[in-house]
Design a protein around this ligand. Sequence first.
Ligand code: ADP
Ligand code: ASP
Ligand code: MG
Length: 461
Amino acid sequence: MKFGGTSLSQASKMKNAAKILQKFSASNKIVAVASAIGETTDQLAAIGELAKKGDLKRARKLLSKVQASHRKIVPLIAGKAGTRELLERIEQLNSELERTVEGIAHLRELTPRSRDYLLSFGERLSTPILAETATATGLRTRPFTGAEAGITTDDNFGEAKPLVEISYHQIRQRLEPLWNRKVVPIVTGFVASTVDGSITTLGRGGSDYTAALLGAALAAEEIWIWTDVDGLMTADPRIVKDAVLLPNVSFGEALELSFFGAKMMHPRALQPAAQKKIPVRIKNSSHPSVNGTLVSASELPNGGKVVKAVSLIRDVGIVTVSGTGMMGSPGVAAKVFQTLGSNNVNVMMISQGSSEATISCVVANKEVDRAVRALQLALMGQGFVDKIAEEKDACVIAVVGSGMKGTPGVAARIFTAVARRKVNVRMVAQGSSEYNVSFVVSHTDGAEAVRAIHEEFNLGH
Ligand code: ADP
Ligand code: ASP
Ligand code: MG
């Protein structure tokens, strides 16, 4: 069971999470995974950026806020007996965090490695708090960091990849024995470490991934993701008022949705679950009796509907490489993607004009500058490419559903619906799985485009 940051954001929610653990552990063997409390990870990332710029004053101010929010929650959740020890633990982590921030500010340097170390404090703080909260309800618990639980990764800081076989082996060895003693292990989401002990993170939203890895290693019956909505819905309920719950979603559909839904679920989280065919259930921690969404290997017919859901990913930009010399010259595309790859730029979407004179890639806004610089260095002045253009502040709309496969006319309906609302489409791509059509619009048009499609395909009914 993984508890998202939204399910741990206040003392009352912590207690609620503990109650859920207590209830289900009566007749199940459970491992819990804790995310950072509320927005802590975003705040830590912001602190890192401020410290790197040398703005220690503002960094410290935000830091105090993070420290205080954890300190404050302790007396509210734990029984008297445990509070003191937990407070000491929190203060120890708080001062370690402070030294980390000072260090970054002194060096004016935030490497992917030191950033992971900084971000890890979110889960390292929340996990002992959840463990103590559960202990206060009478459960026996033990907090673990991801590394202590056995998750070992490569050293691709910021988006580290688990070394699956050794991790699975270690997880079984370290966590299984606790069940015999009726102890519920509570593991930091998102955080792991390399073989030599450097802290790594699994990428934003990575607590879902932690849960899936632990579930796969321990051959769980199901993996449950507790969040603040009833499950996966036809669209983000913050954008579309009449979005409805999807009771069943296949791994393939969930993968497309999570990749493009950005925050809803970590895209790689589904891999270990899908591989071992372990169903993933997404549930609302405020309404635990609601069934939620079951993500599984079966592709159930969707009441005759071709489109199942539509999602929006914000903060992206388009980088376009063009040049008349690109026509008919093999290898230019390879060079483009190799350059982006070796500069750690994650390409979310690609399209190439049939004239071959342009290749456009969608990347995160924050990676646009790095992508352009790298491409300029690698490609300009060789006679193939004569322009590298960028557009920031766009968003991707992804329309997902396995029923789209082989159904003609879906794309026409999508783009007619969007055009009717006078939204300009900048770029289009279709996944080869045919589970998804995605396109790029200006960030000011994103919500409107999502609503247009939701309405066109009648997803609210
Ligand atoms: P957690 O803290 O539990 O990980 P997140 O904020 O990462 O929670 O994800 C839950 C949020 O994702 C919801 O509050 C909702 O606004 C948003 N969301 C985006 N797309 C969808 C969707 N298709 N279905 C449900 N929620 C969605
Ligand atoms: N706390 C991390 C994040 O915000 C991981 C997670 O919540 O899944 O990205
Ligand atoms: Mg999340």
